[in-house]
Design a protein around this ligand. Structure first.
Ligand SMILES: [Ca+2]
Length: 164
């Protein structure tokens, strides 16, 4: 084969690879995996299983209701979650299978509780710890009598945040 033919063949074979690489590099990232790409995500650090709007921000924020004030009760927060889950089930954005971790994360959270925190009680035999929702005053090594305790503030214990 002549050198110019070899070069032409090499270019022809390389072009699709180069095109695929260019496409892969051009895809925007979604660091928090909420379905809203980072370049348009106003809340790029959403917690796992948080239901977000088109702007990437939580529809039922853990600490603030839709008016930007603290939840009046746990029940008010859970009503927001259930209403959003039902809406997303109705239009197909959630299925029975995909709603389970969303509901689990909401139920295992501090959201709607005034003084509760996620408390990590580190286990001496493992490299992680147990996450418990408790009053922030109790999340203390001297109160719990545990070796190592960490207050993670508001949020959910699902998935377990007490891992290194
Ligand atoms: Ca995102």
């Amino acid at each position: 084969m002549r050198p110019w033919a070899v070069a032409a063949l090499a270019l022809a074979l390389a072009a699709p690879v180069a095109t695929r690489l260019a496409c892969a590099q051009a895809l925007p990232a979604d660091a928090d995996k909420d379905g809203v790409m980072d370049d348009v995500d106003a809340c790029p650090d959403s917690p796992p299983y948080d239901m977000v709007g088109a702007d990437g921000c939580s529809v039922c924020d853990c600490e603030l209701d839709g008016d930007g004030v603290a939840w009046t009760s746990r029940a008010a927060y859970l009503r927001c979650i259930l209403a959003e889950v039902h809406a997303r089930r109705a239009d197909g954005r959630l299925t029975r299978k995909t709603e389970r971790p969303v509901l689990k994360a909401a139920h295992m959270s501090t959201c709607g509780f005034a003084n509760e925190v996620r408390c990590c009680v580190m286990l001496p035999t493992t490299s992680g710890g147990m996450c418990r929702i408790m009053d922030e005053l109790r999340c203390d090594e001297s109160v719990l009598g545990a070796g190592s305790v960490e207050d993670l503030d508001a949020g959910s214990c699902f998935p377990n945040p007490c891992v290194p």
